[in-house]
Design a protein around this ligand. Structure first.
Ligand code: GLN
Length: 491
């Protein structure tokens, strides 16, 4: 019999419905695994609250009022506000903060009326305010990669990816501003999708760069991601004005559709110098697999790929510097004990509460927005952002989806890039373009590269084409077994 923690969200949901297992038993099983874990993936657990949610899910299952995923345990990135757990965004600034409300995504996935019925077992570690690519910017602790504990799990949703890969939870939420769902999914050998910008409400998701931030699911299979995404999306216009006024969809509806004739665009800029040979080999093998399934590979160009790095690292810090101004020790966040007047209180509170990378971005953001530099940096970046979107539309004239690597390398060693912010920024090159364009993108396990570490294949779709992406991902997963391998199993 398959161990409970080896089962998918889909299989667990079916067994719960068939009353083969209860939400309470299942929650206890996963809680025990989370409590025994020492990877640093969790920032908080609250067994009492989780078991209360499980009890509610069991009652809904018994009464026949249960949501689609009732009783299946999961965990949220600690950037979604929750009433049952503290929410820190990985920052000392918010240590011990308790939100008086649940984020829309939390509500939609949870046991509240109208929710999918999933049980939240805890809050997952992340880079501070989601700024980072290795989880080492968490103010609390680093997370180790379950495939090699000397390596990072990726970031910023590093806790989410590590927890799913180590089977501490069957699924988790993440957020992606410039790659934070796709890159950790790739580094930890799991599946993750960032939907079209605006599909999932940002209400209650602590803001980093509002024009880019987007929530999405992380799980082992594309099917599980599709099921969760169906529950997470939908308009929330009263609370998030950028949430799209398009109804929620059943993203799992075409998982098994044929991909015969699917045109997969291969951007030449994603395969240049700097791509690790092992990553390239795994991506090439996945593309061959697609050809066997009837897909056609079409060479394309995304000529401004390299520019996405300076553009993103202007726009994201600019928005961050504005979003993070609310953490002043009065409206929100840590307040210093040591001050003489109001201004010194603001200054010291922020100096004590924020970590180094966050401060770096606030300063960069304030600089590029300042009088005299706004036109040269911020405005220019916005113009190139539009050109990057246009390049994608050009490409989608001749292909249906775009495929390439998620990241130039496999997960690096803990500490390897910790003192070099630019090295971290450069490693985001392949995830930033889709973020800047607001396009849906995902990472699908595609094998193993250097040192036996997982490699993700990135699939990028046009706006609203999540169904097509998930279909392509599911078909690859039916033809391969990378997503089923256990951490350590590749060596
Ligand atoms: N690594 C990128 C950054 O540090 C992306 C982070 C994210 O998507 N939240 O900004």
């Amino acid at each position: 019999m398959t161990a409970l923690h080896d089962m998918t969200v889909a299989a667990l949901a079916a067994d719960l419905r068939a009353k083969k297992i209860s939400a309470t038993e299942l929650t206890q099983h996963f809680l025990a695994r989370c409590q025994a874990d020492n990877s640093g993936a969790f920032l908080s657990l609250n067994p009492e609250a989780s078991l209360a949610q499980a009890k509610e899910a069991d009652a809904q299952l018994a009464a026949g009022t249960a949501g689609t995923l009732a009783g299946v345990p999961m965990a949220h990135k600690d950037i979604f506000v929750t009433t049952d757990f503290p929410t820190t965004a990985g920052s000392k600034m918010l240590e011990g903060y308790r939100s008086p409300f649940d984020a829309t995504v939390v509500r939609k996935l949870g046991v509240q009326e109208g929710g999918a019925g999933m049980v939240n077992v805890g809050k997952l570690n992340c880079d501070e305010f989601a700024m980072g690519s290795s989880n080492e910017n968490s103010a609390y602790k680093s997370v180790t990669n379950p495939w090699d504990t000397a390596r990072v799990p990726g970031g910023s949703s590093g806790g989410s990816a590590a927890a799913v890969a180590a089977r501490l939870v069957p699924a988790a939420t993440g957020t992606d501003t410039g790659g934070s769902i796709r890159q950790p999914a790739s580094f930890c050998g799991i599946t993750g999708i960032k939907p079209t910008y605006g599909r999932a409400s940002r209400y209650g998701m602590i803001a980093y760069a509002s024009s880019l931030d987007q929530a999405g699911p992380m799980a082992r299979t594309a099917e599980d991601c599709a099921l969760m995404l169906s529950a997470m999306c939908g308009p929330d216009l009263d609370r998030d004005s950028t949430s799209l006024d398009v109804p929620a969809e059943n993203f799992a509806r075409d998982l098994n559709a044929s991909i015969d004739g699917l045109r997969i665009g291969i951007p030449k800029e994603f395969f240049g110098e700097g791509l690790a040979p092992g990553v390239r080999a795994a991506v090439d093998a996945a593309l061959k697999e697609y050809e066997k399934l009837g897909a056609k590979l079409v060479p394309i160009s995304l000529p401004r790929t390299e520019l996405s790095i300076p553009v993103y690292y202007i726009i994201a810090p600019a928005e961050a510097s504005s979003n993070l101004s609310r953490f002043d020790g009065v409206k929100f966040g840590h307040r210093t004990k040591d001050y003489t007047d109001l201004v010194s209180m603001y200054k010291r509170s922020r100096a004590e509460g924020f970590g180094e990378e966050v401060k770096r971005r606030i300063m960069t953001g304030a600089y590029v927005l300042s009088h005299g530099y706004y036109d040269a940096y911020y405005l220019q970046a916005q113009k190139i952002r539009r050109m990057i979107s246009d390049d994608f539309q050009q490409a989608f004239q001749i292909c249906d989806v775009i495929a390439g690597p998620v990241a130039p390398t496999v997960a690096w060693k803990l500490g390897e890039k910790a003192d070099d912010p630019v090295a971290n920024y450069l490693a985001d090159i392949f995830t930033l373009p889709a973020s800047l364009a607001g396009l849906p993108g995902m990472s699908v396990p595609a094998g193993f590269g250097e040192e036996g570490m997982p490699v993700g294949l990135q699939l990028i779709g046009n706006y609203f084409k999540e169904v097509q992406l998930l279909n392509a991902a599911h078909r690859l997963q039916q033809a391969t077994d990378f997503h089923l391998r256990q951490a350590g199993g590749a060596k």
